[in-house]
Design a binder for this molecule. Sequence first.
Ligand code: ATP
Ligand code: MG
Ligand code: MG
Ligand code: MG
Length: 478
Amino acid sequence: MKTTSDIRRDFLEFFRSKGHTIVPSAPLVPANDPTLLFTNSGMVQFKNVFLGSEKPGYVRAADVQRCLRAGGKHNDLDQVGYTARHHTFFEMLGNWSFGDYFKEEAIAWAWELLTQVWGLDPHRLLVTIYHTDDESFDIWHKKIGLPADRIIRIGDNKGAPFASDNFWQMADTGPCGPCTEIFYDHGAHIAGGPPGSPDEDGDRYIEIWNNVFMQFDRQPDGTLVPLPAPCVDTGMGLERLAAVLQGVHGNYDIDLFQHLIRKAAEFTGTADLQNKSLRVIADHIRACAFLIVDGVLPSNEGRGYVLRRIIRRALRHGWMLGQKGPFFSRMVAPLVEVMGEAYPELAAKQEFVEKALLAEEERFAETLDSGMRIFDEVADKARAAGGAQPVIAGADAFRLYDTYGFPVDLTADIARERGLSVDMDGFEAAMEQQRETARAAGKFGNATTMPAELAAQLSPTQFLGYDKLTDGGLEVVA
Ligand code: ATP
Ligand code: MG
Ligand code: MG
Ligand code: MG
């Protein structure tokens, strides 16, 4: 069986053999872009290369990039535990051409790697293309031999060309182009339709690899001018591919996650390894540990608050499993066992990460239990107020936030599990009211709540782009 480690190595070896320079993963906190919350794909560290302001010493590159989609434009936090394929933290295998090869080589190599090196059954693969991209259609159909009915054209279903899943664009202007995505059919026993169909959100057909072809420079007036040297930017989810190669359906069933899940079960005294909370804990320890490795500490704003929210969600899942003592910080050691070799920076900071997590565990332990009791009360109140869809009042969500340290997305998550929702506008209003009161009184927020000596060991990250809290996530305001 191919382990996750084997797959990382195979991927890099394959692209090395095709003349690619292997580059290291960039940190989760983007170095070159203060408006981006987290590195959410492999191309982030190459943004300036695509924009032409940076020239690396190579025209072909490949890497394994750690990514986080837990805030900002890409937020998969609410998918975790609900789909077979989404994580907050995941690893993206990527290969790039900077003005060198284009569609033909990219598609042919993707196919060669999947079907020859890894031996995937071609009959289980299907692809999407951008509806006008006949060039990609011809490559898939004529050169690769994929039947036309397994090449799905995806149009501008959401109004604007750049809103299509198959047209990628860095910003409103600049480099952009069509993409082709490769899907794996896990079989008719799993619910869900092919991409582009009404039930495409099921988990039968799982998207494994996105190949983006940057070939235009979008002008302010919307016109597309061909780029003199088109580029390729690809991303494949390591965990999704591992599931396929290990003959399992869900990402959480792969070797790496099974190790974490077994440990989470041990530390929380849980017998049922299928328990959803174990999956959430296994997901969240990766996000939290790597955020801390990359310089983020729990705090009440910006990136630090995203970290705090993820930690507290994990702790609440431990609580649901009956674990009232520290368990989350203990997950760092098993994480190092499965990822420390690929990420020596994780192994090197193990003790620091454990300490930071333990401090946050102890802190939240003081209010979690009583907060959960309050939650039950306000949930009863919401139900008693009647209606088919009971709503937790904004003021109650605010009390949970302010007095018990429940980030509003945590409250919303618990509510969702119990068929309730939260009045987010009401929460915002209560929050705004408190800000006004604080301003009037000349008080300042307590931004960082880490013990000072821990905080001093890491330089704080700066983040400039987001400052508004909406529907459980942080949204772009710029
Ligand atoms: P999906 O439609 O399944 O949410 P996506 O279209 O948002 O995926 P891309 O932005 O195209 O994903 O990212 C490239 C690849 O990264 C995907 O094809 C997938 O294999 C992987 N990937 C994306 N999001 C996640 C996630 N949250 N967890 C694990 N892998 C992911
Ligand atoms: Mg997605
Ligand atoms: Mg997709
Ligand atoms: Mg995609």
